[in-house]
Design a protein around this ligand. Sequence first.
Ligand SMILES: Cc1ncc(COP(=O)(O)O)c(C=O)c1O
Length: 396
Amino acid sequence: MLLSQRVLNTQFSPIRKLTPYAEKARKEGKKIYYLNIGQPDVETPKEFFEGIKKYSSNIVYYSHSAGLYELREAFSDYYKSWNIDFNPEELIVTTGGSEAVIFSLATVADPGDEVIVIEPFYANYKGFAEMLDVKLRPVKADPETGYAVPSREEFEKAYNNKVKAIIFSNPSNPTGAVYDFEEVKRIVDFAKEKDIFVISDEVYKEFTFDGKEHISLMDFEDKDRFILVDSVSKRYSLCGARIGVLASKNKKVMEQVMKFAQSRLSPPLMAQFGLLGLLKNLESDYLIRMQKEYQDRRDAVYEEISMIEGAVFKKPHGAFYFSVKLPVDDSEEFIKWMLTDFNINGETVMVSPLSGFYATPDAGKQEIRIAYVLNSDELRKACRILREAITTYNKR
Ligand SMILES: Cc1ncc(COP(=O)(O)O)c(C=O)c1O
């Protein structure tokens, strides 16, 4: 029996790839600061659990395939608070933002088609594209520019007539870049010129710092070519709830996506009830407090990373990630070495090698991604260990 080329060609998640080394280090008694995965340490708001407790049926049934109508109404209100006009019919609740990405790609691209992506990109886009036999056409953003949206010429170079869409996340995972109006417009204008779709992944919308405003794809005209991907995983520390949203003003898109939604029957019911309770009852300043918390953490990481001689980066303005080019020849080898051969008083650090966030072979070899998902004190300690580790590594 042979397995499909599709599965054989699919990459393992670069975020989890080095976990066996971390497990071994832990067994040896080392304390590890985990900055490799975007799982916040923030407590899930109690309103979510209260929402679940109010569930009164003694059957956990399937919901509507597009999600509970009341929840879609609550999402519609949420988007209105951002001046984004989506009525409940223009929203499908998905099993995490992940499913919204899969549905979007599968709706706009056939096997053999291609999708332009700004790289480095959220690594699972590659896994999803591989699952669908869709090829990613990378357009490279550079650490020297703070990973800004590349020029129109770069998009032109990546384009061919198999390209059906552009996908990107803003604020960006893994770089923390927040695109300004001109940058998003460049993407929209290019898509319009080539008559292709734009998939904008805005799961970190709330997390923008230094007064930087989040520019949504939905702030632009030509909405028929737009698909929005959203998720509550990071916004409310609900990663395991598995609730996301696919939204579009394009009726045909929504009608067709429903076929996929119906095939997988329903998004998780209990989580939808919990979220309904949360969206209706959460304190109004919750997200502002979270934004401040992440900005403080970003500041801590920025200060510490600034002390690494030879590191290349610009201050990121959003999400909760920091990508940086380090003065090491191969960041993956360096991270492995930190787990196997290095510690300070029994403590070491785990970050993600950025190469797995690129589609271009050998790109990002010196870069890493830091997810600032610990409190500021721990982040400072972790960054100091990282700094010492670089010095020791380069002196070996
Ligand atoms: C940019 C981006 N999009 C989508 C997702 C998927 O999130 P989930 O499936 O938990 O909603 C993530 C998770 O890290 C992400 O960073």
